[in-house]
Design a protein around this ligand. Structure first.
Ligand code: CTP
Length: 400
């Protein structure tokens, strides 16, 4: 056994999909210490306690390992948190979001660690969960899509007040709450200092939203773009490969994420499953990138590269594309003609052919099992809510 260390934090969960709720929990956990061990449950335990996972253990491990705040990912962590397993890794505390998670018998998975004073609670990220995403795949909806940020919206953000944002409702990307989220998700591996940079593209320019280490550098850029919907091992292994190529060439990696309308017009139906806020936060938590462009234009052409240089001070040295179909057939014509295009099709291992459609297909092909998962989750949520109320009453009693 390793000696318990104050700064070594444990977090565990299913981490089914690399969504920004999971990343937010890892980021807040990392803020509590210096090292973060992430325990990932196996497929059988999830099936027994909650219903079928969409992504396999190996795929969920790729997602967790790709998160900037994770130091070590641990496969097969027990569904009910076991202090002996935390001891094995020298982790004194476990972090969990401020919801109660129960096992198949309706018991709080963290009861034992809570009783031992080894539990730290962080804020759960609102409006995102695996259950929500599975729900969107079962009931085709575009309700979650956000409006494109244009020059007028950018100008408005410069003067925005919390009251304006509240009035704009949930369809606007640039609200004080979302921008604060971008700032926190851009932090470096220590979850404190500045890390990645975030820019917003409008037809008038590329504007800095979050200052990152890249903003102060003069290195050339490997620029990648796409929809990055349901951020998955296909995207993650591709970005990892781009990182290796960029490092070998002394370059930065900047990722352009297309807006919801652009993805929808290319992919149709209710795509994207995740909106621009959700897709971009998934990209931003990736340990393989240095910067992000929100609402990047469809074509990576010379006018865009000129705006990019003017707005960021950085020059694009390579436009990189992976093995999947671009949003539109002619997206890279300019980059090809100017000799900037680099097509990466090797070194992507198992996940080269994974796409958002192939993941949605898993859910649709097993509709009955996933509908049952959703129903069970709804029933569990009621038990969990009543446990939360009991805990709240005990806390209020202790405070009185
Ligand atoms: N988490 C969070 N915010 C969310 C979702 C999850 O902070 N919106 C946290 C959980 O509290 C937990 C960790 O992420 O600490 C892993 O969560 P997981 O076990 O994968 O559960 P959920 O994403 O909540 O999945 P589901 O919707 O299926 O319950």
């Amino acid at each position: 056994m390793v000696a318990l260390q104050e700064g070594r934090i444990w977090i565990d969960g299913c981490f089914d999909f690399a969504h920004h709720g999971h990343a937010g929990a890892m980021m807040q956990a990392r803020e509590k210490g210096d090292e973060l061990f992430v325990g990932v449950h196996n497929d059988t335990d999830i099936l027994v306690n909650k219903g079928p996972p969409v992504m396999t253990l190996a795929e969920r491990m790729v997602a967790v390992e790709g998160c900037r705040w994770c130091t070590t990912a641990v496969a097969n962590a027990p569904y009910v948190t076991d202090p002996l397993v935390m001891d094995e890794y020298g982790c004194k505390y476990v972090v969990h979001g401020d919801d109660i998670t129960t096992d198949k018998d309706g018991k709080d998975c963290y009861a034992e660690v809570k009783a031992k004073g080894r539990f730290i609670v962080v804020k759960r990220t609102p409006n995102i969960s695996t259950t929500d995403l599975v729900g969107r795949m079962l009931v085709h909806t575009t309700e979650h899509h956000l409006a494109r940020v244009d020059g007028q919206q950018w100008a408005q953000w410069q003067r925005v007040s919390a009251a304006d944002a509240a009035q704009a409702g949930g369809k606007t990307l640039l609200t004080p709450e979302n921008v604060e989220r971008y700032r926190r998700y851009a932090t470096a591996a220590d979850a404190r200092s500045a890390g990645a940079a975030v820019w917003v593209y409008t037809e008038a320019g590329v504007h800095e939203l979050v200052k990152g280490q890249a903003s102060a550098r003069t290195k050339p850029v490997y620029y990648v773009d796409g929809g990055f919907d349901l951020f998955n091992p296909g995207h993650i292994t591709f970005l990892k490969r781009v990182r290796e190529l960029a490092d070998a060439d002394g370059s930065l990696v900047v990722v352009g994420v297309a807006d919801d309308a652009a993805v929808n017009s290319a992919r149709g139906g209710s795509y994207p499953v995740m909106n621009l806020l959700e897709r971009s936060l998934c990209v931003l938590q990736s340990k393989y990138i240095d910067g992000l462009v929100l609402g990047a234009p469809r074509a990576v052409d010379t006018p865009f590269l000129t705006l990019f240089k003017r707005g960021t001070g950085l020059s694009v040295h390579r436009v990189v594309h992976g093995p999947t179909t671009p949003l539109q057939a002619d997206d890279y014509d300019d980059a090809r003609a100017t000799g900037l295009l680099l097509e990466v099709t090797t070194g992507l291992d198992l996940y080269a052919s994974m796409t958002v459609e192939s993941i949605v297909e898993r859910v649709v092909a097993n509709r009955a099992a996933f509908e049952e998962r959703q129903r069970r989750k709804g029933v569990k949520a009621e038990t969990e809510k009543s446990l939360e109320n009991q805990e709240e009453a005990v806390r209020a009693g202790a405070a009185a």
